[in-house]
Design a protein around this ligand. Structure first.
Ligand code: HEC
Ligand code: HEC
Length: 393
């Protein structure tokens, strides 16, 4: 098994229904639209109360399996198994399925007897939207147990395109204008401040980036379109190289990911490639790293299922997920000013968002896995034009 696989093992235990009101708002990924989730929750709690009276529900003994990603929510295969001996004095009396995102949340009930032999059911249900689904088992001793699973429902949207496409094409005309017009693009504040930092003399030798590299417009022209790249035998991201120069030549402390200073320099340098084609190539020096990057994006464990970047960004690009269209997932506009963040962010921040959106464990900032994934994504986006610093909703 690939060593990366275990990075994606889901680290979040499913939270139990009783705590649903408060908790699932906190655990909701970007793709589970929180406003609606809240409204739905009431109905789901009512439906649950009808089943249990006010009896407590314990977490465990019930395993619910649904596919992590489904199209249109029609006839989704749902499996429930309950850990029970199914003997005359210890058996499962009923299994109830609650879909918190459906208009009528109690979507299914099965009644069982000891003669059923095992407490396993398989059925097909309709799921209206991305949501958490709960199975509640009512035992012969009067106790209730539950298990849950989440699913993302994609809905058809605009025509899909097979051509390579930047998410720019999916944005509203206002957001496009914001990216295109330097006087409207909020990221330009970072670029301007980045100019000052480029000139700032630091360290024992009193050197600035400009001391060695001169005018950024000339020395850094087209540079970001080639990153990540192999430098002195090491795969470097743009941020990694900026830090390498700071530490090795200026003897200044390393800049943290998402710190203002690192974003300033990244935005300034990336800006010098705006409008140029991505030129990352696969070659003997980087092939192994690139293959690792592809693997990083191809297998993740999500709860009891596996989910890959490609399942969204290749197979379902152009479909709708929780109100937004799934883009092809290209890194050609980074760093971006994201309206949702209300600040500038790196491509690694965006990738971590996708990982947490599917409850996969997030790669660390600056890790070699991140660099490999970035490399693979840049190669996959080859030919697209750099938009940095971009704007995204
Ligand atoms: C003492 C000279 C020196 C200073 C100061 C310096 N660099 Fe560098 N930089 C280099 C050298 C030499 C390279 C070539 C790669 C290497 O040897 O690491 C380089 C490479 C780079 C590259 C990659 C260029 C490419 O074409 O691949 C970037 C980006 C970069 N530096 C950014 C910066 C930034 C930002 C600063 C200021 C924080 C800075 N450098 C400060 C010497 C310097
Ligand atoms: C469940 C579907 C899904 C999965 C799985 C997923 N993403 Fe995404 N991704 C999205 C959506 C939707 C967006 C658009 C932004 C948003 O609304 O969150 C996005 C945005 C992106 C973007 C930003 C594109 C841009 O132009 O700014 C990149 C890059 C990206 N994803 C890469 C990845 C990678 C790499 C993986 C695997 C580690 C991954 N995604 C897994 C759904 C997914």
């Amino acid at each position: 098994m690939n060593k990366h696989t275990n990075h994606f093992i889901s680290n979040s235990r499913r939270i139990f229904l009783a705590g649903l009101g408060k908790l699932s708002l906190l655990t909701a990924g970007a793709w589970f639209t929180p406003q609606f989730a809240f409204a739905k929750k009431e109905d789901a709690s009512d439906a649950t109360q009808k089943i249990t009276g006010n009896a407590p529900i314990k977490d465990g003994r019930v395993k619910l399996v649904i596919p992590p990603l489904v199209e249109n929510g029609n006839l989704v295969v749902l499996k429930v198994s309950v850990d029970s001996p199914m003997t005359a004095n210890d058996y499962v009396k009923a299994i109830h399925v609650i879909a918190e995102g459906n208009p009528l949340p109690n979507i299914f009930t099965a009644y069982l007897t000891p003669r059923s032999g095992t407490a396993n059911i398989t059925t097909r249900v309709r799921l209206a939207d991305s949501q958490t689904v709960w199975a509640i088992a009512q035992m012969s001793d009067g106790s209730f147990w539950s298990g849950s699973a989440e699913t993302l429902v994609t809905l058809s949207a605009e025509a899909q395109t097979k051509q390579k496409q930047s998410s720019y094409e999916l944005m509203s005309s206002e957001n496009k204008a914001m990216q295109d017009d330097a006087s409207l693009n909020p990221a330009m504040f970072w670029v301007t401040d980045g100019q000052a930092l480029w000139q700032e003399k630091l360290g024992p030798k009193n050197t600035a980036c400009a001391s060695c590299h001169g005018d950024v417009k000339q020395s850094m022209r087209g540079v970001a379109a080639q990153f990540p790249k192999m430098i002195k035998g090491k795969l470097q991201t743009l941020e990694g190289q900026i830090n390498a120069c700071r530490m090795n030549t200026q003897k200044a402390p390393q800049l943290a990911y998402e710190s203002k200073e690192l974003l300033l320099l990244t935005a300034l340098i990336a800006m010098q490639s705006k409008g140029m084609q991505i030129t990352v190539q696969k070659n003997t020096a980087n092939a192994a790293q690139m293959n690792q990057g592809e693997q990083c994006g191809s297998i993740k464990e999500w709860g009891s299922s596996t989910l890959s970047c490609a399942q969204c960004h290749e197979d379902r690009a152009g479909l709708k997920l929780g109100g937004s269209v799934i883009p092809q997932g290209h890194p050609n506009a980074y760093p971006i000013y994201r309206l949702e963040w209300q600040t500038l962010g790196s491509v690694q921040r965006r990738l971590r968002n996708c990982m947490s959106g599917v409850r996969a464990q997030q790669f660390d900032y600056g890790s070699s896995e991140m660099a490999q994934l970035e490399l693979f994504l840049m190669w996959r986006a080859k030919g697209l034009l750099m938009e940095s610093p971009g704007v995204r909703p």
